[in-house]
Design a protein around this ligand. Sequence first.
Ligand code: DAH
Length: 345
Amino acid sequence: MNLIAELESLVEKLKQNLVQAVSLSDLEELRVSFMGRKGQLAGLMSQLKDLAPEERPAFGQKANEIKNALTDMLDRRIEELKAKKEAESLAAFDPSLPGRMPWQGSLHPITMVMEEICAVLEHLGYDVASGPEVETDFYCFEALNFPHDHPARDMQDTLYVSDGIVMRTHTSPMQVRSMLGSKKPPVAVIAPGKVYRRDSDLTHTPMFHQIEGLLVGKNITFTDLRGTLAYLTRCLFGQQTKVRFRPSFFPFTEPSAEVDVSCIMCNGQGHIKGEPCRVCKTTGWLEILGCGMIDPNVFKHVGFDSECTGFAFGMGVERITMLKYGIGDLRMFFENDLRFLQQFV
Ligand code: DAH
């Protein structure tokens, strides 16, 4: 067979092979075999040099034609196979299937309750402030009237970052920052945020959330404090919730009080069906906040005159959230179990 006839026979050969090619990888194999660098077409082309010079142009032209023909055949078959595949996958697809709901996140219950508390207090006219979680000893203790060697500093197990630098153990440093920032009364600020203590058991986690409140002005009295907190607790828990103020001590307030609300796990009974309530430890009460009238020593530290009076309060958000939703275990807030979190959507 002469070379031209051999070139032409490639077309017929490829045609037969294409009938058996059922996949794109079969086609790729054929492409390599016919048109690759060491393929059949290249093999014939390499014999060009053996032809007489006058035969070469005709051979070259034929080789080009064949090359184009082969390329067309392969391309067409590729298109056919692609179309077939698509038709098959369309046939396997059931357009009547219901769609998948897009994944939607939601606020963490702690965030929800923080926002709720802030909304009530903002409505009363308080501004919202935020400050650093890594604090200096000055803001966290000193300016709040914790004397250097006073046992009051041991009341909170402090995480020290370095000498004189602490993870804030409470949001009360924001009292000092707000007063220093505003320079003179009146000041009405709330400060929500994270606080840290060396503590970990059923009712304590190393990080938790507090909201601090501060009102400073002229003639602010303990009655104003009681009224404000009574209003806040009624907004949060409803009219039926019992509230009590117990005398207490904090270095930065005088007088000081702790506020308890009746335990909603056991309705203030201390027991549930004869079993001791593990949330309030049978007392029927849960402490939700500390408060009091600003100690004059704190005013001195921030340079406020002795005429002004004010109150402060600080509350634990986890505790309040547990009360609101009847959650028995504080640790649930930190485990990120979707079965728990999805109940608050
Ligand atoms: N900082 C206190 C604590 O973490 C809570 C507290 C008590 C805040 C009395 C206050 C306050 O503003 O007046 O235990």
